[in-house]
Design a protein around this ligand. Structure first.
Ligand SMILES: Cc1ncc(COP(=O)(O)O)c(C=O)c1O
Length: 384
């Protein structure tokens, strides 16, 4: 037996930034005091900076889905026509929320692994006058696919009645997102992703157009009240008792991320994703997504090998957690994450481990082939 450090290698929760964890220890603080207001204001300002927007940014104590639900209940009315783009588990979640609140939905679907072609959104908007919103994932974590947020945003912008609501829970920090230029009315993030802290906070940027809509929307809501959150946020407070520990962690992590700059964080994830794809090519593993993004790479195991065996191999041989496919994709793919506090050394280990796991499952892999590909991509990235 050897020491086997526990490693969380999933696309959320992601590895934690140690100084943010240490900051959580100062959570014997009251949330309606000047000391806390300073931290909360600083965290909200940091979120605006990381999202690169002058739109308002709100913070909810909830997982990301809470902010998804808030965008529906605060901005829409029963029976509103909406378009839901769905190409995976999280696209399906938009559909489930829209259905739960009685929105009239046109579903633009693509099989898992695919990406919604922007033209399909344009056709749907033209065919159905009066659409009040278009819902999309920037990055579909369940398949590793990335959507063309810019093109779809520019289409939706031509429809003054329609809000563009983007779940960027794994898109933030892994791909460029120009909130104002691309007309992204709502952009949603979650603490356990590129923010390098534990789950429990959800973020949302809100455009002036979305605020206008909020004035007339009639769906009921109480806990997730965007206007109340904004009013309190301006004073350095949250509407309800926030997770003070997570706010302290967030403020610390944002100092780190904004110190390096969002572009650096994004290019880190992009380089790791590129290196993973290069390793996959060497190991004859197919990348599952048509248009792979940089938050997570979903790979198909060799024919005849259940991806669960690879997930189990990481757990049992290396005490590391990677993710299997979700739902019907279980056994079909395994996912290697890149978002947030992942670095190239993690990737060397992941691919070296993967090679050993494949060999242990009878796949003839030449040791070091995948690792060498990762090294090459990394080395080239330093000079390009
Ligand atoms: C793209 C995407 N949307 C939504 C969610 C749901 O977020 P949460 O589990 O934080 O509610 C996730 C979480 O993995 C995600 O990756």
């Amino acid at each position: 037996m050897y020491i086997r450090k526990q490693r969380l290698l999933t696309p959320g929760p992601t590895p934690l930034y140690p100084p943010a964890l240490h900051a959580m220890m100062a959570s014997d603080i009251h949330h309606r005091t000047e000391d806390f207001r300073k931290i909360y204001k600083s965290a909200l300002a940091g979120l605006k900076e990381v999202m690169g927007t002058s739109n308002d940014v709100l913070c909810f104590t909830a997982s990301g889905t809470g902010a998804m639900e808030a965008s529906v209940t605060n901005l829409f009315s029963h029976g509103d026509k909406v378009i839901v783009c769905s190409a995976g588990k999280f696209g399906e979640r938009w559909g489930q929320i829209a259905k739960a609140y009685g929105l009239q939905m046109t579903l633009i679907e693509h099989g898992y692994g695919g990406t919604i072609a922007p033209e399909r959104v344009e056709v749907a908007l033209r065919a159905e006058p009066g659409v009040k919103g278009v819902f999309l994932q920037a990055s579909e974590t369940s398949t590793g696919a990335e959507h063309d947020v810019e093109s779809i945003g520019k289409i939706v912008q031509q429809y003054p009645e329609a809000l563009f609501v983007v779940d960027a829970i794994t898109g933030l920090g892994t791909m460029p997102l120009e909130i104002e230029a691309w007309g992204l009315d709502i952009v949603i993030g979650g603490s356990q992703k590129s923010f390098m802290i534990p789950p429990g906070l959800a973020f949302m940027s809100v455009s002036p157009k979305a605020w206008e809509r909020a004035k007339t929307a009639t769906l009921p809501h109480f806990y997730f009240d965007m206007a109340k959150e904004k009013k309190n946020g301006d004073l350095g407070e949250s509407a309800w008792t926030p997770s003070t520990a997570l706010i302290l962690a967030l403020d610390e992590a944002l100092k780190y991320v904004n110190g390096m700059g969002i572009k650096t964080l994004v290019s880190n994830a992009q380089m790791l994703a590129k290196a993973t794809r290069a390793a996959a090519a060497e190991l004859d593993l197919k990348v599952f997504a048509e248009r792979p993004g940089s938050s997570v790479t979903a790979l198909c195991p060799p024919a005849g090998l259940d991806s669960g065996k690879i997930v189990k191999g990481f757990r049992e041989k290396f005490n590391s957690i990677i993710t299997n496919g979700q739902g019907s994709m279980k056994g079909q793919i395994f996912r290697l994450a890149h978002l947030g506090y992942f670095d190239i050394t993690d990737m060397f280990g992941v691919i070296a481990g993967l090679e050993l796991i494949l060999r242990a499952n009878g796949v003839p892999v030449e040791l070091g082939k995948g690792v060498a590909a990762v090294q090459r991509v990394y080395e080239e990235s330093l000079t390009s």
